[in-house]
Design a protein around this ligand. Structure first.
Ligand code: PLP
Length: 402
């Protein structure tokens, strides 16, 4: 049996549902179906030219060799400046990690710290990879349900109720994938007060959607909102979403030196350094012009408004207006229990997403992938034309349900 060769850990891990839906959509397209994919999690903009030029220049200048394991000094300095300028956080170069993507930053941090029995608190709905990465690294994910009536956010009292002596980490993600919910400074202070009572808990804040925040909201991050927590917080970020650099694979974090050193050790025996070319491009991203970020934000905000209004006009669908990121997390509970025209019953959100893809030709991701059933996640990181068609198709799909 092939499965006998597999580790117990990998058997426990679920494949990424977002990648699965995107793959199903691609296969349907390859078969000639005109599918609109709202499943992907990447901006539809191209990487800005000056960033691509910096990558090309790195190749021309022969900057194509191994670099120091967790990032070149020039990039680490740019990251320190970014943290100071944007977030009011002062990190030294020795407190910075650069990994091949934000995902790898998180994985390296968990690999460096989790022992069997260690619990990681994860407010849900959450990004698909958090619980699986915790399991892969030998820890135990503890999911904290945060429902729509609480704007999908963790409250101080809910946090207090789940902390135990086994809690090693808590993950915060603002703006959130999949809900777009964001924490204000005051909300982080309230959570921080609880965490100050638990000095053995580490905090991972995933700030990858920092620059996708709408309606003039001010971005807040816990190490700045509650400075007393900075010494046990890993502030993670990356260039994937802010600079449309998903394929370049650069993520970074600021954190305590002991943790950064341990993460470097993980990298030194696994991936080694992120691509040298991508590191130089990321340097250009962080130190170059930032004006386009606002333009992209405005464009995403317009698309968000369109998608939210369109969805809330469909019977059986209900959604909140996300504060940031480029996802709408919509309840499809009204459609569950209904029949497709050919008699198939929609039993749950997985059926809903599957039938919407097969019959409505719109790819989304079921909420259960993010640990909240009865919802779907739609990405609005695609062109307005595609969004127009997708919303028309969703409306039509619903009008055929009985
Ligand atoms: N964190 C969240 C919440 C995400 O949605 C993603 C990507 O989808 C990442 C981290 C990882 O980003 P990357 O590995 O591309 O830097």
């Amino acid at each position: 049996m092939v499965s006998d060769f597999l580790s117990d850990q990998i058997k426990r891990v679920a494949p990424s549902a977002t990648i699965h839906m995107a793959q199903m959509a691609r296969e349907m397209v390859a078969q000639g179906h005109d599918v609109i994919s709202l499943a992907a999690g990447e901006p539809d903009f191209d990487t800005p030219v000056h960033i691509c030029d910096a990558g090309q220049q790195a190749i021309i200048e022969g900057k194509t060799r191994y670099t120091s394991v967790d990032g070149i000094v020039e990039l680490k300095q740019a990251i320190c400046e970014k943290f100071a300028h944007d977030n009011g956080l002062n990190y030294r170069v020795s407190e910075i990690n650069v990994s091949p993507g934000g995902k790898a930053v998180i994985f390296n941090a968990f690999k460096a710290t989790l022992n069997a029995g260690d619990e990681v608190l994860i407010p849900t709905p959450c990004w698909v990879s958090y619980p699986e990465m915790v399991s892969l690294c030998g820890g135990t994910p503890i999911l904290i349900p945060c429902n729509m009536s609480k704007s999908f956010k963790l409250t101080a009292s809910a946090l207090r109720a789940v902390l135990t002596p086994r809690t090693k980490w808590i993950i915060l993600n603002s703006p959130s994938n999949p809900t777009g919910a964001s924490y204000t400074h005051e909300e982080l202070v309230a959570l921080g007060e609880v965490l100050l009572e638990h000095p053995d808990v580490l905090i991972l804040t995933d700030d990858i959607y920092e620059h996708l925040l709408f309606d003039d909201r001010k971005f807040a991050t816990i190490a700045a909102s509650v400075p007393a927590l900075k010494s046990r917080t890993l502030t993670m970020n990356g260039v994937s979403k802010a600079y449309a650099m998903t394929g370049w694979r650069i993520g970074y974090a600021g954190g305590p030196e002991w943790l950064i050193r341990a993460m470097r050790k993980v990298m030194s025996q696994s991936t080694s350094n992120p691509s040298s070319i991508s590191q130089w491009a990321a340097c250009a991203a962080l130190t170059g012009p930032q004006g386009f970020i606002n333009e992209w934000q405005n464009s995403f905000q317009k698309r968000r408004d369109f998608v939210v209004n369109s969805l809330n006009n469909v019977d059986d669908i209900e959604c909140l207006k996300p504060d940031g990121a480029f996802y709408v997390f919509a309840s499809c509970q009204g459609a569950i229990g209904k029949m497709m025209p050919d008699g198939r019953k929609i039993k749950n959100d997985k059926d809903y997403a599957e039938f919407l893809l097969s019959d409505g030709l719109v790819a989304t991701v079921p909420g259960s992938a993010f640990h909240l059933d009865g919802y779907i996640r739609l990405s609005f990181a695609c062109g307005q034309d595609q969004l127009n068609h997708a919303m028309t198709r969703i409306k039509e799909f619903h009008s055929n349900l009985c």
